[in-house]
Design a binder for this molecule. Sequence first.
Ligand code: PEP
Ligand code: MG
Length: 310
Amino acid sequence: ARAAASGQPIVPGALADGTPVPLLANVGSPKDGPAAVELGAEGVGLFRTEFLFLDSKTAPTVAQQQEQYTELLSHFPGKKVVVRALDAGADKPLSFLNDAHEENPALGLRGLRALRASEQILLDQLTALKGAQDATDADLWVMAPMVADAEETQYFVKLGRALGLKTVGVMAEVPSLAVVADQVLATADFVSIGTNDLTQYTLAADRMLGSVASYQDPWHPAVLRLVKMLGDAGAAAGKPVGICGEAAADPQLAVVLVGLGATTLSMTPAALADVRAELAGVTMEQARAKAAAALAAQTAAGARAAADAA
Ligand code: PEP
Ligand code: MG
């Protein structure tokens, strides 16, 4: 294992029976790379690129972007780094991508929808990512946010491959994508589940709205059942299905997500140690039993209790 900056070797995530579960970091800037390595990240599972440009009035150039992406990738030689195309709109508006007023921006022209409507911005970003892929030894994976179905998947994957990107996938954040996961995985190299938005859209509760905050709980069996659909489709297709929403940072839920078929977990780096320790204490058989118990519950609280008791 490669030595972290502290001198401690990075311990790969694994279950008690030895099943590997790579533990990756969610980052918002190349500057987050060293701390993620220090905290034991085996790579990056989500780079939220829109965070770089929240204050930009105009679209960033290819050169500007390539510099940032190359800087992040250079912290992870030989490691997987999953970069998300700009997720503009709703809670993260970018003035150069989201100009129209929308009554319900979470249901509006956001994520891949906004990029498709301003295709040159998407082409520039993918071109910059290809440059970073060529300039470093990191294993670059690129994914699109807010993808609804197989047609949108085909659009994004075809574009990414045409521009020379090696590994191209989509996020599962819209419930429709989970329902047609088999169709999506016929094209995509991988799926990464964004449990924050998947929960928001499954329970139809705005994640920014305090009055419905109690709905924003990824333990809800409806969310877990969608994760299982995605995990099953990934296993059938022989393709990775990761988690990059905040749910992966909850150690008990991380175990359940692995039991549902998640092959990697990405989280805020501060959560890596606790999740690693929890996973090391359960076998895949136990994780699956906890997942089955949670799936049969009727509420989020019930699922948490059932998983704990299983
Ligand atoms: C998610 O929706 O779970 C996710 C990882 O993306 P974001 O939180 O940036 O919307
Ligand atoms: Mg999201």
